[in-house]
Design a protein. Structure first.
Length: 318
């Protein structure tokens, strides 16, 4: 990831409104985007989710949208998630509390209003609480995504507050952050659900490791803390080295396949996802949908030069 020399430029482009307009308008973009995004509508997401569930994998559906600039937009995001939760409640995989829930939604607090200049935190908290209540009724889990480091304290404090009423609510920790191991120790307690990922944003050296080797080493230290803790680790990585370590750490800490899960992104290493599920592992697929796919798509391009090459080739060889 972090050895890609173009990563900073692509992540900067992910914030550019000019480029966003150009790239989202290019007709060819859509076919490439389809590789990573289930579609623009909830119906498309549910069709893709059905196909994944039918192969024995679990799902976490994300409605794309992160730059919420007013309360009405936050309200629209809440409405979309409520509709999604009610559609998911109708699936046979919806579950009562207790045990692993095959259905999950992933939510970004920025979509729920966290960055609004007045009362952003309180608006996001209230909106997230509404979604937690609906998820509980629907037999669906929620995990709150991690965004850039300026949001980490606010996001973790919102999750902590909501977990008093909804102890199943999951949080995400990013191993590229220098604080990650400390956060893992604080959050690895009984019943906690922590998704561990490397981190997808462009972060300064002051707060984040920059070299891939350091990010990977931090990931393994964090993973050990979670595996030795009392919670339910969610191991979000496509990295073969991490996946191999996960299995040995799980058996070394007396966990069986039901006590943790692997997670990967929709469209990435599908064969490996099926292989792990076939071996009896719990394998959850993060499935994004919606019209606002630009930021998500650019973060995927930044991760992997091969993805970028694929995209650029498709743009220039119609
Ligand atoms: P990398 O270091 O990117 O890749 C390591 C190795 O994995 C590669 O060398 C290759 O062997 C293999 N690999 C990776 N990608 C591919 C590919 N496309 N095809 C084939 N092999 C590949 N980030 C956040 O900041 N916040 C979040 O809330 C968040 N949620 C996530 C949820 C899930 C379920 C997942 C899987 C990721 C999430 N991420 C999130 C993104 C994450 O932080 C990383 O940016 C992303 O997963 C890439 O890191 P990696 O661990 O897969 O390994």
């Amino acid at each position: 990831v972090f050895e890609n020399p173009l990563r900073p430029a692509i992540l900067a482009a992910a914030r550019s409104t000019t480029l966003k307009a150009a790239i989202t308008r290019a007709p060819v973009t859509r076919s490439i985007v389809k590789r990573f995004i289930a579609g623009e509508t909830r119906a498309a997401a549910l069709t893709a989710a059905r196909a994944i569930l039918d192969t024995g994998r679990l799902i976490s559906i994300d409605h794309l949208g992160e730059d919420t600039t007013d309360e009405a937009q936050a309200g629209a995001a809440v409405a979309e998630y409520l509709a999604l939760l009610s559609d998911l409640a109708a699936l046979p995989e919806a579950r009562e509390p207790g045990g692993v829930r095959p259905l999950e939604v992933s939510v970004k607090l920025s979509a729920l209003g966290q960055a609004l200049p007045v009362d952003g935190r309180e608006i996001a908290l209230a909106n997230a609480r509404t979604l937690c209540a609906a998820a509980e009724r629907s037999g669906v889990w929620i995990t709150v995504d991690a965004e850039d480091h300026t949001t980490t304290d606010s996001t973790l404090s919102i999750v902590r507050e909501l977990r008093a009423d909804y102890p199943w609510l999951g949080a995400v920790l990013q191993s590229y952050l220098r604080r990650a191991e400390t956060d893992c120790r604080a959050l690895a307690g009984p019943d906690s659900r922590i998704r561990l990922c490397k981190g997808a944003y462009r972060e300064p050296d002051l707060v984040a490791f920059q070299a891939k080797a350091d990010v990977d080493a931090s990931y393994l230290r964090c993973l050990r803390v979670l595996m030795e803790g009392g919670g339910y680790p969610m191991v979000a990585s496509h990295d073969p080295a991490i996946i191999a370590e996960t299995d040995s750490m799980a058996s070394g800490t007396g966990r069986d396949a039901a006590d943790f899960e692997h997670q990967m992104l929709y469209g990435i290493r599908d064969g490996e996802q099926l292989r792990l599920a076939g071996l009896g592992a719990q394998m959850r697929v993060y499935l994004p949908y919606g019209g606002q796919w630009y930021g998500y798509f650019m973060r995927r391009l930044a991760e992997r030069p091969a993805n970028l090459g694929f995209f650029v080739r498709s743009v220039f060889t119609r």
